[in-house]
Design a protein around this ligand. Structure first.
Ligand code: S3P
Length: 432
């Protein structure tokens, strides 16, 4: 993919449905007895992996564009798959599905692509084993065998890493446990699972404790069908927010963007650094807060933030937006430092390494740390960069290319389809 520097961006962009929420909508509506209609379902390849795994497990799914109708089979109504379940590139698919499969009365094998096969599974193997499911994976990597058991043993678990996937995995297994299953979350992570379980009628108890938030579900819970609309993806919005905020005279409108407080730190951080982003028409759809966003370009930004360092609890809230924030850092006075973000090393690529290598190729001044990086305000130059097979790296560097002098070439940019297949077409259509 070859990208030229851009003058400004103008238009209205209807972003795809949120990837995290779409995965959950598909999986949870399969746990319902009855039919659920999901609108604005993500167009991402990742969410297609979730749908095809569910089909292999005997769930009937009808799909027309972004509308998906799922005929739920109930909490234990899945059918053993004849073949391994291919989760593709999707960490959310494998980790959430493992929680569901742990409570079935049959065995399953989960596999994935090269990137997913390198990602850590110990974080779900440990709690599911404690619940009495049988998990087998060589060196805690895929392929992973899940020996289902019902009921599972109810547990109280405090995940050692801040991860919504791990939290969700344990809560889903908890729906098939012999009592009350709890997750103690020290750092808040995205709460789409809690919200959507409630949408489907499950009582999810949340209690603030001294050492975090205790989230509890009962093994007796049943889910009730209820149609829903998926908000547009704030993580996909982030690329356009940064691009338009930094290109003078740009103006983009992004309707129906999910603004869940456990996901929207990117909007607040950009505003804090002086980006002109207006949020209007705030409302709720499908149990999730949404709003319309208008972003106007001011060119390179004089930082307004108290310090140009992001660390601590906010990191979990903007974990997927860090690649694009790194690019943003090259456009603001004082640059940007990200710390306590070593989880980035186990994403679709080692995102610290991917960002640092690409930014250096584009003439940015960057320092790498074990748990993050610091990027200085820099004059970017077009270069040949790599997506490292990682969708968010491909899109972040497409935006960097807009700010650079000269042409940029991104190798293997097609992986953007993992979350946002229309990204490059839309980018082209709003570039003036
Ligand atoms: C996700 C949780 C996050 C995030 C991923 C989607 C989810 O991963 O990075 O893109 O849908 O629960 P972790 O749970 O590994 O932090």
């Amino acid at each position: 993919m070859k990208i030229q520097p851009a003058g400004k961006l103008k238009g209205t962009i209807n972003l795809p449905g949120d990837k995290s929420i779409s995965h959950r909508a598909a999986l949870f509506s399969a746990l319902v007895r009855g039919e659920t209609r999901i609108e604005n379902f993500a167009t991402s390849a990742d969410c297609a992996s979730t749908l095809s795994c569910l089909e292999q497990l005997g769930v009937e799914i009808k799909r027309a564009n972004s509308t998906v109708v799922v005929k739920g089979v109930g909490k234990t109504g899945f059918r053993e798959s004849a073949n391994p379940l291919d989760c593709g590139n999707s960490g959310t698919t494998v980790r959430l599905l493992a929680g569901i499969l742990a409570g079935q009365r049959f065995d399953s094998v989960l596999i994935g692509d090269e990137s997913l096969s390198k990602r850590p599974m110990k974080r779900v193997i440990e709690p599911l084993s404690a619940m009495n499911a049988g998990l087998e994976a060589t060196e805690n990597h895929l392929p992973m065998k899940v020996r289902g058991r019902n009921p599972l043993r109810a547990i109280s678990f405090a995940p050692p890493v801040a991860s919504a996937q791990v939290k969700s995995c344990v809560l889903l297994a908890g729906l098939n446990s012999d009592g009350q299953t709890s997750v103690l979350e020290k750092t808040p992570t995205r709460d789409h699972t809690e919200r959507m379980l409630r949408w489907f009628g499950v009582a999810v108890d949340e209690t603030e404790q001294e050492n975090g938030r205790l989230i509890t579900v009962s093994g007796e819970s049943e889910l009730t069908a209820k149609d829903l609309i998926v908000p547009s993806d704030v993580s996909s919005a982030a690329f356009f927010l940064v691009a338009a905020a930094c290109l003078k005279d740009s103006e983009l409108v992004l309707p129906n963007v999910g603004l869940n407080p456990t996901r929207n730190a990117v909007v607040e951080v950009l505003q804090d650094f002086g980006a002109e982003i207006e949020v209007f028409n705030e409302r709720e759809i499908g149990g999730e807060p949404v709003g319309d966003l208008r972003v106007r370009g001011r060119g390179r930004l004089p930082s307004k933030a108290s310090a140009n360092v992001l660390r601590g609890k906010i990191i979990a809230n903007l974990i997927d937006e860090i690649p694009i924030l790194a690019v943003f850092g090259t456009q603001i006075e004082g640059g940007l430092e990200i710390r306590e973000a070593s989880e980035l090393r186990v994403k679709e690529s080692d995102r610290i390494k991917s960002v640092v290598e690409n930014l250096r190729k584009m003439n940015a001044e960057v320092e790498e740390f074990e748990d993050g990086f610091r990027v200085a305000k820099s004059d970017l130059k077009g270069a040949a960069v790599d997506s490292f097979g990682d969708h968010r790296i491909a899109m972040a560097f497409a935006v960097a290319a807009l700010f650079a002098a000269g042409k940029t070439e991104i190798a293997d940019a097609g992986c953007a389809a993992v979350s946002f297949p229309a990204f490059f077409d839309i980018l082209q259509s709003v570039t003036k």
